[in-house]
Ligand binder design. Structure first.
Ligand code: SAM
Length: 266
């Protein structure tokens, strides 16, 4: 049967790409004890590799047409489970309900919603190994400079991201317009940042800091209603210059700064 790839589901498959698939398995350090959540198995190229190694693989796929193909290939494997559903609608408490490691070549059109969903369900998700658009991986994993954005900080607040390797677009069928990258997010087991600054305060502050990328942090934080004088004093306490932009601040800088504002400590 000839499968017709659907653009609307972001279907670019890694069919017959042993080199890339072996590398994914190697860097994700999957082992026999792992339970894997694979989002968007497609025709099951990566799934087969995972099933050979790990305890069990839970696949979540939206495209009904792929159900038959996947069942035909893997239904006899005892460690294979298929959930035909939109990953964004999966109720982790009911349908996953155990610790999983995510290993997947995800649909790129919902990269941020998928990452957010996994972070929300971090009591089940321990480590995330995903293929995403190269530029997006560069932004999420950027440690300093222009690539840093709200997305970078929203991941850093919950875990540590790492750029693992690049996959040129030619490896996919059909060939997409962009290159890809495989990356990891290791979610913190403790709430190291959450315990210091609550989520609502953190995101309000970070969004304001990045509200105008060309402006420096002082001008952007003024939109929160603070005076220039207070902002400059708080920055000075942390030995941070007034000319810095949000992209130059680390997650620790942000947390320390927010705490100074919260305490009214100027
Ligand atoms: N893992 C396969 C591979 O590497 O060959 C396919 C990867 S392809 C980039 C993305 C897959 O995600 C497709 O199979 C697509 O049908 C599926 N998908 C798209 N949107 C989805 C959603 N909301 N929930 C679950 N799966 C989805």
């Amino acid at each position: 049967m000839n499968f017709k790839h659907k653009k609307k589901f972001g279907q670019n498959f890694l069919t017959n790409q042993d080199e890339v698939l072996n590398k994914i398995i190697e860097v994700s350090s999957v082992n026999a004890n792992d339970s894997i959540l694979e989002i968007g198995p497609g025709e099951g190229a990566l799934t087969g590799y995972l099933l050979d190694i790990v305890n069990d693989v839970i696949c979540v796929e939206i495209d009904k047409e792929l159900e038959k193909i996947l069942l035909k290939k893997y239904n006899t494997r005892k460690n294979f489970k298929l959930i035909m559903q939109d990953i964004l609608k999966v109720d982790f408490d009911k349908e996953i309900s155990k610790k999983v490691k995510v290993v997947a070549n995800i649909p790129y059109y919902i990269t941020s919603p998928i990452i957010n969903k996994l972070i929300e369900n971090r009591k089940y998700v321990e480590e995330i190994y995903i293929m995403v658009q190269k530029e997006v991986a560069e932004r999420i994993c950027s440690k300093k400079g222009k690539n840093r954005s709200i997305l970078t900080l929203s991941v850093e607040y919950f875990g540590e991201a790492e750029y693992l390797f690049t996959i040129p677009k030619e490896y996919f069928t059909p060939v997409p317009k962009v290159d890809s990258a495989f990356m990891s997010i290791k979610l913190y087991k403790d709430n190291r940042y959450l315990d210091r600054v609550d989520e609502k305060t953190f995101f309000r502050f970070v969004k304001a800091a990045f509200s105008n990328k060309r402006k420096n942090i002082v001008n952007n934080l003024k939109t929160l209603g603070y005076s220039r004088e207070i902002i400059e004093k708080n920055l000075e306490k942390l030995y941070l210059s007034n000319n810095l932009r949000a992209e130059n601040l680390s997650i620790d800088n942000f947390i320390d700064l927010i705490i100074l504002f919260k305490n009214g400590d100027v």
